[in-house]
Every structure is written in C-alpha cells, then in structure tokens.
Design a protein around this ligand. Structure first.
Ligand code: ZN
Ligand code: MN
Length: 486
C-alpha cells in the first residue's frame, strides 16, 4: 500500500498586457492610427520598412506611455532608447519590431488589488516589472487555405505592461486584469476594447511545490486570450494539465500555447524563444534620448482622479450605497455619466441606483459598455423627473426607460407614444372608483368591516382600469378617502 502523500502545487503567474495607444498617428510615422479603415490604406515607407525610410518618435505616444507608467506607480526612466527585436513574421514587414529591451520607459511599479492578503491583512499588490513602448505588427487574416494581411496596424503605438511572477491563484490574476483595465480606463489613452485587439493579454504560468519559494525551472506562456473569462479558463486548464504532468514525474515543456475558445483548452504552438533568440540591439535609426523630469511632472499634475479616490469621493460627497458606488467607478465612462446626470437632477442616490439597475440591465442584455448604448444624461434625468412629477409610476417609469434605450427618444415623447403618461385628471379616477365600487361591492364591504387586505385588491382593480396610468400613492389615498366616506 502506497503511503506517499500527494504533493500539492502552487501556481506562479505573471501577466503581460499589450495596450494600443489611441494617438492620432502611428508610433514612428505620420500614418493615421485608426481602427476599421479600408485594408492597407494607412501605410507609408516608414511603417512598411522600406529601405532608407527613417522613423521619428511620436511625442504624444511617449506622453501616453508616461501617463500609464505614473498611474501604475512606476519609476520613469531618465534615459531611455529603443531596440530592434529581430524575428520573421509575415505581418512584420521589416523583419524586426522596434521595442525596448534593457531601458524600458517605465519600471518598478505596483497595482493594488481589491483582495486582502490573509497573512498581512493588507491589500494584495502586484509588482509591475516594466511598461515599455513598442510598435504593433500588421494583422494576418486567415482565410480558407490562404492568409491575407492588413498592414494598417503595423507601427501602431503599444505599451507592453509586464508584471513580476507574483500571482499565485487564478483569482489574483483575474483581479489584476480587471483592476488594470479599470485604472487604464481613467487615463483616456486607449479604447481598451479586447475584441478590437486594443487590449491583449498573455499569461505566464508554471507550478511549484507548495511551501517552496523561487521560480520553477520551466514556464508556459498562454496566448490568444480574447477575454478576461478566457484568461481565467485558460489558467484553470493549465493548472490541471501541469499538475497531471508533474504528478506523473514529468516536467511540462517550456513552450507557448494557444487558448482555443471553442474547445476550451490550450494547445502547443511553438517552443518558447529566449530573449537571445531575438538578437536585440539598439535601434540605429533612433538615438537614445533623455526624459525631461519637468515634463514628467507636468504629466503627473494632469493625471485624472483615479478609481480609488473617486470611490472615496462618491461615498463621502453623495452618500451612495457602496455597491452602487463601486459599480460606477469600475469604469471611467460610468462614473462620468453619473456625474453628468447630476447637472440636471439633484438626488444623487436615486440617479446612481437608476443607472446601476436600469442601465446595468440594458448593458447586460446587450453585452455592451455604457457608451455603446448611446444614451445622454437627459434620457435618465427625464424619466426620473416625470416620475417625481407623478406622471409616471415605478412600473411605467421602467417601461418607458426600456423603450428610451431602444429608441433613444426623449422620455416624455416615449411616454406619450406608449400612452403611459398619467394625466392629472381626478375626474377619470373618480369615474373608475365608481365602477370598482359597484363591481366589487363585496370587497368594499369587507374593507369597511376591517379586512385591510381588501384595499390592495381594490387598488389593483383601479390600476387595471386606469391601464397603470396612476400614481399608486395618490390613487390609494383617494380610494381610502372614498371608502371612509359612506
Ligand atoms: Zn506609416
Ligand atoms: Mn511585446
């Protein structure tokens, strides 16, 4: 009988994210940096890598790079330069990528996660090893049996954000991705749309025996993760796969694997290159340069209020419920939309709650972000104002708003079109009360004999005849008044 105790393993995870910077032009030439243009229309001799063409650094891209670095708590290099990373790939016309190797623009930062470390009782922090500047490649589009290439993306500015291998659970890695995206959304430097490739994540994962420190003697890189949930599933898959290999006494291969979203598994793509395989050397067409500390100071001063600060302010200034405030600050667009609504409506808690529930519902149903709904603050405040004025009730307000989300018309016009507006005509209510009193005289009698529940029944009958176009409070008050009369 075997008495060996099973070894337990601890994941060692590092994350690399490529973030496309939303500058008007590319990293080293004047071509437009634009998603969705006709293929191969935004190219020139520089980004095509033609002989004799010379790159020039895009100052705005560097400014965005510094913004990201500062927001990640990085040190900004005083002196930096670009390097050539040599490799052949069909979507890389030059045969090399201009990147940064030994002098990255940003280094030594950290990101605080909304997770408490059970040992220290402090929030978990993820170390940022570096955040360097580079250019994007073109895009290979695989057709049946052949591949076509669009070079519009070649030379687009990227910042690559690399963590230290400090994460030890799938949840930590997932929270890092969510927090990173949230923080970057406040900087206005990228569209961050994963489907458009504006944010791309690769994971490095290996396992070590629980209780040991130090890095394992192998590492697997997982690419092609097109959503955060794919990243989570890929990590879970790799932990299981590597655990099985290690338990069988084998060392997992050092390799790059691709996540297959349909099969929900990773598969081997190639054995991993070493840094030396790329034959990095300083880019001869771009001289090394210094970063002016004064310029960095100016960028630091222009940084926006970041999510943690904004959360504290929303709680303090507007007394929001914590869950509402957290959902709002989770994305810069949501937070900005909420504040824009306050220009036309003063009850902050009510607006916040409406955005979280009703707009959140619409976003979930369409699997989209708030800007894609195309709503203006007036669409929200208009509904709330009609409700406050007693012209919509809690049910019809939601019905009207659901239509506003579809039609993007103003709430009052929608309420009229749907015939939901409550006309303050007490004559009509009295007529309906007469009808209900005669039709349901038994319930009326019961109420008068002390059966309180009959009131709810009678209110419901009135509401039905009024087709919901009544303020329930007013209606019930009038109903009670009549019941008490005779
Ligand atoms: Zn170009
Ligand atoms: Mn890269």
């Amino acid at each position: 009988m075997s008495t060996a105790t099973a070894t337990t393993f601890q994941p060692v995870i590092g994350v690399e994210c490529h973030v496309q910077l939303a500058t008007a032009t590319k990293m080293f030439c004047g071509c437009r940096n634009e998603y969705g243009s006709a293929p191969n229309t935004n190219t020139c001799p520089v980004c095509q890598g033609q002989p004799g063409a010379l790159p020039v650094v895009n100052r705005r891209a560097m400014e965005f790079g510094v913004r990201v670095g500062l927001a990640l708590g990085c040190k900004i290099a005083r002196h930096t330069h670009f390097d050539r990373k040599n490799y052949f790939y069909p979507d890389l016309t030059k045969g090399y990528q201009i990147s940064q190797y030994d002098e990255p623009l940003n280094y030594d930062g950290e990101v605080e996660l909304p997770l408490i470390d059970p040992e220290s009782g402090l929030p978990r922090r993820v170390g940022i090893e570096r955040a360097h500047m580079e250019e994007d490649t073109g895009k290979s589009i695989h057709m049946e049996g052949f591949t076509i290439i669009d070079y519009n993306r070649a030379g687009a500015p990227l910042i690559e954000i690399v963590t230290t291998p400090c994460m030890h659970s799938v949840d930590e890695a997932y929270q890092y991705l969510v927090t990173l995206k949230r923080n970057l959304s406040y900087l206005g430097v990228s569209g961050l749309n994963m489907e458009k490739g504006q944010l791309r994540c690769d994971m490095n994962i290996s396992l070590r025996e629980a209780g040991t420190t130090g890095l394992p003697n192998y590492k697997v890189e997982v690419k092609n993760l097109n959503s955060f949930s794919a990243a989570r599933q890929a990590l879970e898959f790799e932990i299981a796969r590597q655990t099985a290999l290690l338990e069988a006494g084998q060392r997992p291969a050092i390799e790059t694997r691709l996540w297959d979203d349909d099969l929900r598994e990773t598969r081997s793509m190639r054995s991993k290159e070493d840094a030396q395989d790329y034959r990095y050397f300083p880019e001869p067409d771009l001289p090394p340069f210094s970063i002016d500390p004064q310029w960095v100071q100016e960028i630091r001063a222009s940084l926006p209020e970041m999510p943690d600060q904004r959360l504290a302010r929303f709680l303090e200034e507007f007394q929001l419920r914590r869950e509402d405030a957290e959902w709002l600050v989770d994305d810069a667009d949501r937070a900005a939309f909420f504040e824009a609504c306050l220009a036309g409506y003063s009850d902050a808690r009510r607006v916040a709650n409406w955005i979280v529930t009703e707009i959140g519902r619409a976003m979930n149903a369409r699997a989209c972000d708030l800007p894609e709904l195309g709503l203006s603050p007036e669409h929200v405040t208009g509904v709330l104002q009609l409700w406050d004025a007693g012209r919509l009730n809690n049910v019809t307000a939601k019905e009207v708003f659901a239509d506003v989300v579809e039609s993007r018309e103003q709430p009052e016009a929608v309420a009229r079109r749907l015939n939901k507006l409550i006309e303050q005509d007490s004559g009509e209510i009295d007529k309906v009360l007469d009808q209900v009193f005669s039709e349901f005289s038994k319930a009326v009698e019961e109420y008068r004999q002390g059966k309180e529940q009959a009131l709810g029944f009678l209110t419901g009958q009135c509401m039905r005849l009024l087709r919901g176009k009544a303020n329930p409070k007013d209606l019930q008050a009038r109903l009670k008044e009549r019941l008490e009369q005779a």
